[in-house]
Design a protein around this ligand. Structure first.
Ligand SMILES: Nc1ncnc2c1ncn2[C@@H]1O[C@H](COP(=O)(O)OP(=O)(O)OP(=O)(O)O)[C@@H](O)[C@H]1O
Ligand SMILES: [Mg+2]
Length: 367
């Protein structure tokens, strides 16, 4: 629906001031005439006194009233115009800010008033917007870089086969292309999962016995290393079982890739949170890299050497899932290897009223 056109704030406030001044001046003039009429009656008994008492007096009173109205109108107009100067400055700065120069900020007035608060709030919103746009830009460029490598490899293989068709051994050639296709497919699937998680689409939220779910997931797959379990019963969370299974699989795949011989998986409850730990006995992650590994497309050199096939999206997806459940996923200190710790709020008991805390999870594909 198109917005209704209305007068500017300056005009409206001026009209209000003029109307108020006119009404009060009329009232004051009427009261003054009333008393002056009584006074004239008392001074000149028997003489008829008109309601306006005397033409000169009446003209003076009306003139003063009009002067008062004009004065009120002009001062209201100028005061409002002055008060709105910072708003005009904010508006003109905002109209010049585009997606390519998000580093600019609106001017914050000195006076500690509502307009200053408005300017500060706008600047905070611009900060968040700039960070989000920067993240998206980096993500898009990383994604296209990662998609380019398997595409380039496939193109080289096809061109080579076309140039020397008689020398081509089609079996191994197709195998090599399949490997590139697998990588493309993995990247696209992970990108899709991240896009869904970013959109935070509402998804199934069930009561899950975390220990039992972890045991089921671990039973599902043989690992090349020993998996030790310490799973407390009745640690219940509210969440999407497919997403939580995917998170665990991401952590287990990483741990298996890096472990020397053992992975320890534990589930417990601590301070109102369910805690899931995955600890391996590999080389671990240096403290300086513990946040870096959660950035999209990050793969440390040791991982590239172990497996060229990873996308570097496993941990970012796992962290998004943790956050979608109102929790966190971090790497913490350990005497040996890498220790990933997931914390999510425990579900309220079925008898408790209200919803469990945390923002609703988005749906991810099962891992
Ligand atoms: N348990 C671990 N021990 C040592 N380094 C790890 C461990 N888990 C993750 N990393 C490091 O963090 C990086 C990012 O992990 P992430 O799961 O996001 O990607 P990936 O495992 O390389 O690829 P994908 O998960 O798509 O197969 C890994 O490449 C690796 O360098
Ligand atoms: Mg991984």
């Amino acid at each position: 629906m198109p917005a209704r056109r209305s007068w500017s704030v300056r005009t409206r406030l001026t009209l209000i001031a003029v109307t108020t001044a006119a009404l009060s001046d009329t009232a004051v003039t009427a009261v003054a005439l009333y008393f002056l009429h009584d006074l004239a009656d008392a001074y000149y008994p028997g003489e008829p006194v008109p309601w306006y008492v005397h033409p000169g007096l009446f003209a003076f009173l009306v003139g003063m009233s009009l002067l008062g109205v004009v004065f009120a109108g002009v001062s209201a107009y100028r005061t409002v115009a002055f008060a709105l100067l910072p708003v005009n400055a904010i508006t003109s700065e905002l109209t010049e800010i585009t997606s390519t120069d998000l580093g600019r900020r609106v001017p914050v007035p000195e006076a500690r008033d509502e307009i200053r608060e408005l300017a500060q709030t706008i600047n905070q919103a611009l900060d968040r917007l700039e960070q989000a746009v920067e993240r998206q830009r980096r993500f898009a460029s990383d994604a296209s870089h990662d998609l380019r490598s398997p595409l380039t490899a496939m193109r080289a293989q096809v061109e080579e086969a076309l140039h020397y068709p008689e020398d081509v051994d089609w079996g191994p050639k197709a195998q090599a292309m399949l490997a590139s296709l697998d990588r493309l497919q993995a990247i696209v699937a992970d990108l899709l999962t991240l896009a869904k998680l970013d959109a935070a689409a509402p998804s199934a939220r069930e009561r899950i016995d975390l220990g039992r779910m972890v045991a089921d997931e671990l039973d599902r797959r043989e690992r090349r290393v020993t998996v030790v379990r310490r799973l407390e019963p009745r640690v219940t969370v509210a969440g999407d079982p497919l997403q939580l299974a995917r998170l665990l699989t991401n952590l287990m795949d990483n741990a298996e890739r890096h472990a020397a011989s053992t992975i320890m998986v534990s589930v417990s409850a601590h301070e109102g949170k369910a805690v899931l730990e995955v600890l391996d006995d590999g080389a671990g992650i240096a403290p300086a890299q513990r946040e870096v590994v959660f950035a999209r497309f990050t793969r440390l050199d040791a991982a590239r050497a172990r497996d060229a096939g990873g996308t570097g999206l496993g941990l970012p997806i796992a962290r998004e899932i943790a956050q979608a459940h109102g929790g966190s996923l971090v790497v913490e200190d350990s005497s040996r290897g890498a220790r990933f710790v997931l914390r999510i709020p425990l579900a309220r008991r079925a008898s408790d009223p209200g919803r469990p805390s945390g923002r609703p999870p988005g749906r991810a594909a099962a891992g």
